[in-house]
Write a protein that binds this ligand. Structure first.
Ligand code: GLA
Length: 807
């Protein structure tokens, strides 16, 4: 994997190979390190032809020294960078010595190779067995000052991933101030590249944007204190023209949950520098003598087979080397969450009422969300007071959990341990534990303040308090929420000159808490949440195997949100719920079937008021859940392929249309014997009956049977058209209409085909005609606005196996 050639024209050449990719660099005559190549796997005979040849430095540029007069650092591809010696692009490392100087002259000193990975203290990082990952450590030394720098590369051969991180060590007597420490840098050759970001806000996370890297610098970042929904740390860079299935693209992520920064800068000479790491704005770290600063780990991956292949590499990596613990490969339970059904208005009887319905529908886990503790009747009070509200739950959490258990359901609970309300017992007892500037006004969010997790005592308090809570009843699941952004960042426990450390120290404190609790409760399924996806990153996933992707459960909005996540994260890491209509975030009405089809493409849960649903709707939900259980391992852990996206805006009949957008995706079992394909439309485009599905990822040589999910439609959805067939006039929404709708049930079209994998993937499967103003028959596809279909694909040898039997 790591191949080091000590004598490549007199200098050392480093070649890092994974199964399908190569990363290589070489020492320069001045001891700096030149990046040579990162891309699809190549045979590196030597650096010949990969090295740049510089006969002279570009006009008006600086040189490193007179002995290295043929090149300017500004025009080199480097493995790392720092200011002061001629490289005027954005740098990877910035520090200030005690004398105020800022020039860093980091030069190669030595290297070592290790099987496995050197430990990263206090922070999560990817993991792998000694035969799965090998690490290279490059030791650099500042020629002009007492600073050591280590570049650590960990090569995951079979996942095609290289992780990078940086360690800075102060070997001076005096303290040193670090102002910037990025986890990774990648200098790329000139070319036409596009920077793909995933930005958003509450209820609309992970919107992909494609920004051409023509000139200057493009960056995304977070200063919310969390990895944030404003810009996820996952991003991609592709060669112009790259598509889902073809072309060169790079993906990057950070195993970090705090403020982060990602940038791509095109230099004066067309080269692209990519950086990612802790947000340098507002960050400073004082390194005392002998101390080290370790950056979080960056994850790098490349594919020349388009975005789809890049995503699946990330998925495998996250599933195998980030998520860990009992739930890593285990099917996740179908849950009912009380939030949108009851909000703060919970009581034992109300929750038990919901739980009974949940059990009857086949739900496995009942989750009591916010509102159960202190005096929590709204969001203005009680965070920090983690004792039960006896008015709402007279028999305590244990009493409720036991009753839920007797119903045959697992029990889960909501907490937001990082927070305190001003109106709480905890704040009265410990105002100094809140993260705020003493004596100054504090800006809040959702009426709450952060607890200062940089303080050891606060960490201890949270750990003990949560340990007590989690062991007070039979708790199988915990939803760990975090509902605001940083303001007035200041720790009363740190001196003035260390206030730039608070945001990072907070995250280190959080990681300690998460580590202790997940260790103490290995069987609990923890789900991360931060007003939805305001802290969705590989750092959280290193402790919690799944995260609530968005507070927006509207199926149409979710298609785009989940598609955004799918670029960097496997579907077993994001959860999705079927909720009531009109949807509580958008007021949109989408069919129950579509809500299920979208939520079932992630980790499925329900969040509707089951107590208010009709028995018909409950029957439908019961069927959905039983179907989901049969296909759950494919849906949760299969390989994810994006086939069509709303953003492609391709019209199914090649007619110009702005309103009709389709999405299609398919999830395939790793052995390619089973797959589930979902197709969904935004709005109907009239008189366009024709549609086909074209799944990907199947075995071209296998024979597959493809069946549609058949379900019942509501006669009332045809409105007054019922009068075409009714012997008497039926007034819309009148008594007869309602009675007819109750008893006349029409099933959706049946699709049942036998096709080869090659035919399915290359020619596609044509679906029955959609309703289009006329031609109603059993052969017709009822396909109004927001309609969708799920197709089950099974290889013929498998037809009698598992999917026809319960799990
Ligand atoms: C956040 C979460 C919701 C819910 C509420 C409870 O908004 O994202 O799912 O738990 O908090 O207050």
């Amino acid at each position: 994997m790591i191949d080091i050639r000590e004598n490549d024209g007199g200098r050392t050449l480093f070649v890092l190979n994974t199964e399908n990719t190569t990363y290589t660099f070489r020492l320069l005559e001045n001891g700096q390190i030149e990046h040579l190549y990162y891309g699809p796997r190549i045979d590196v005979l030597s650096s010949d032809g990969l090295l740049e040849h510089h006969a002279f430095p570009p006009g008006n540029s600086s040189i490193y020294s007179s002995e290295c007069g043929s090149f300017s650092p500004e025009d080199m591809r480097y493995e790392y960078s720092a200011p002061g010696k001629g490289d005027i692009r954005e740098s990877m490392i910035e520090a200030v010595y005690a004398d105020g100087s800022r020039s860093l002259d980091l030069i190669y000193d030595s290297h070592e190779v290790k099987n496995g990975k050197p430990e990263l203290k206090g922070m999560p990082s990817s993991y792998g067995k000694e035969d799965e990952v090998q690490s290279l450590i490059i030791n650099l030394k500042d020629k002009n000052g007492p600073l050591l720098c280590r570049l650590i590369y960990s090569v995951f051969e079979s996942s095609d991933v290289i992780c990078r991180r940086t360690v800075l060590e102060n070997i001076a007597e005096e303290p040193l101030r670090i102002e910037k420490a990025m986890s990774m840098q990648l200098d790329m050759d000139p070319g036409s590249y596009v920077f793909h970001t995933f930005t958003g806000a509450w209820a609309r996370e992970m919107k992909k944007s494609d920004i051409p890297l023509k000139a200057g610098k493009i960056s995304v970042s977070s200063r919310t204190g969390s990895s944030s929904n404003r810009a996820n740390p996952f991003f991609m860079i592709s060669e112009k023209g790259t598509t889902e299935d073809y072309g060169l693209c790079y993906g990057f992520n950070l195993v970090y949950s705090g403020n982060h920064y990602e940038a791509a800068e095109r230099s004066a000479y067309g080269k692209i520098r990519v950086l990612s790491g802790i947000q340098p704005e507002g960050f400073e770290w004082i390194l005392d003598k002998g101390e080290c600063f370790e950056t979080p780990e960056a994850v790098l991956c490349v594919s020349d087979e388009g975005f789809g292949s890049l995503s699946r590499r990330f998925h495998r990596f996250i599933k195998e080397h980030i998520v860990r613990g009992k739930w890593q490969h285990k099917n996740r339970p179908v849950l009912l969450n009380s939030w949108e059904a009851a909000y703060f208005d919970i009581s034992e009887s109300r929750l038990l009422g919901l739980a009974k319905k949940a059990k009857a529908a086949g739900i496995e886990l009942f989750v009591m969300d916010d509102g159960w503790f202190g005096k929590r009747d709204d969001d203005s009070t009680s965070l920090g007071d983690w004792y039960v509200n006896k008015k709402k739950l007279p028999h305590g959490i244990k009493g409720l959990a036991d009753k839920i258990g007797e119903l045959g359901l697992k029990f889960g609970i909501w907490v937001e341990p990082e927070m305190v309300n001003e109106e709480s017992e905890l704040y009265k007892a410990h105002p100094e534990w809140a993260l705020r500037i003493p004596g100054k006004d504090h800006s809040t969010g959702r009426n709450q303040m952060f607890l200062d997790l940089s303080i050891n005592e606060v960490q201890e308090y949270i750990i003990n308090c949560m340990k007590e809570l989690f062991s007070s009843a039979d708790i199988s699941y915990v939803k760990w929420d975090m509902n605001r952004n940083f303001t007035d960042v200041y720790s009363a426990a740190l001196p003035a000159e260390r206030q730039g450390e608070v945001a990072h120290r907070y995250i280190l404190g959080l990681y300690r808490i998460m580590k202790e609790l997940t260790k103490a409760f290995p069987n609990i399924l923890f789900e991360g949440c931060a007003s939805g996806g305001n802290r969705f990153d590989p750092g959280i996933l290193s402790y919690f195997p799944q995260i609530w992707a968005s507070d927006d459960s509207d199926a149409i909005a979710r298609v785009q949100i989940q598609e955004g996540y799918s670029y960097g994260y496997p579907q077993c890491t994001y959860t999705a719920h079927v909720s009531d209509v009109p949807n509580h975030q958008t007021l949109r009405r989408t069919p129950l079937e579509t809500r299920f089809n979208v939520a079932a493409s992630a980790v499925l849960g329900y969040e509707c008021n089951l107590s208010d649903l009709s028995s018909e709707e409950l029957d439908v939900i019961k069927e959905q859940i039983s179907l989901y259980k049969k296909w759950r391992s494919v849906l949760q852990f299969g390989e994810y392929y994006r086939c069509r996206s709303f953003s492609d805006a391709t019209d199914k009949n090649s007619l110009e249309s702005d309103d009709n957008k389709d999405a299609e995706w398919v999830i395939v079992s790793p052995d390619k014997k089973k797959a589930v394909c979902v197709v969904l439309q935004q709005l109907v485009h009239p008189n366009t009956q024709w549609l086909m599905i074209k799944p990907k990822g199947l075995d071209p040589d296998k024979k597959y049977r493809i069946r549609s999910r058949v379900f019942k439609t509501n006669l009332k959805d045809f409105g007054g058209l019922v009068n075409y067939v009714a012997p008497v006039h039926v007034k819309q929404d009148g008594a007869i209409h309602n009675i007819l709708a109750k008893f006349v049930k029409m099933e959706t079209e049946k699709e049942d085909h036998l096709m080869s994998g090659s035919a399915l993937m290359k020619a596609g499967m044509r679906l029955k005609s959609a309703f289009s103003g006329c031609g109603y028959s059993e052969e017709m596809r009822f396909y109004p606005d927001h309609a969708s279909r799920m197709y089950f694909i099974e290889s013929q040898e498998e037809k009698d196996e598992r999917t026809d039997k319960p799990e």
